[in-house]
Design a protein around this ligand. Sequence first.
Ligand code: GRF
Length: 214
Amino acid sequence: MDSSNTKPFRIAVFASGAGSNLSAILRWIAESGANVEIAFVLSNNSKSGALMIAKEAGINAIHHSHKRCEGNEVVFANHMLSLLRTANVDLIVLAGYMKQLPPIVVHEYSNRILNVHPALLPAFGGKDMYGRRVHEAVLSRGCKVSGATVHLVTEEYDAGPIVLQQCCSVEATDTPESLGAKIAALEHTLLPRAIGLFAEARVTVENDVAFIHE
Ligand code: GRF
């Protein structure tokens, strides 16, 4: 990616947990020289690893929660939108963000919000399918493959256009932990790759299907 003269592609990373995907994005930016800048990291969890990682990297780390907005959905949504607009964010990246985004944010950033999911969608997705539960469900169904999916976010959980997927084998000896570790490693390359595709404007969406262009 030639980053010499063009303005950086600005992403906001939303995360609730440990932040290993955020670390992978930071590593990828540093190593690839991609013209991508993290405008801020936002978390609903003030104690998240993701906020710590952001602070250590000198990135604006924002704790944004319903509690801080006195439980008011409208205030919560408007504040989120104003953070995004003020920072000129091109793409929102959900990297383990455990809250549903307000519909006005999904609408304004339509086809500009990525999520990473630890299974091969459309299987094993939906409202209650997150974290360890996904791997437990895959194992109890006797699946022989699982994997990671990066998809665009719509108002329906895990149902937006699929951008990238990668699979791994599921062995009889796998546990939710071992499968989770294999899939986390896939996510750490897949999510940065998807961000790169958007930064290079190589993704279009037609009739709810994402196409990647050379
Ligand atoms: C990942 O497994 C992702 O698929 C899911 O949440 C997890 C986030 O992990 N949506 P981390 O916080 O990036 O380590």
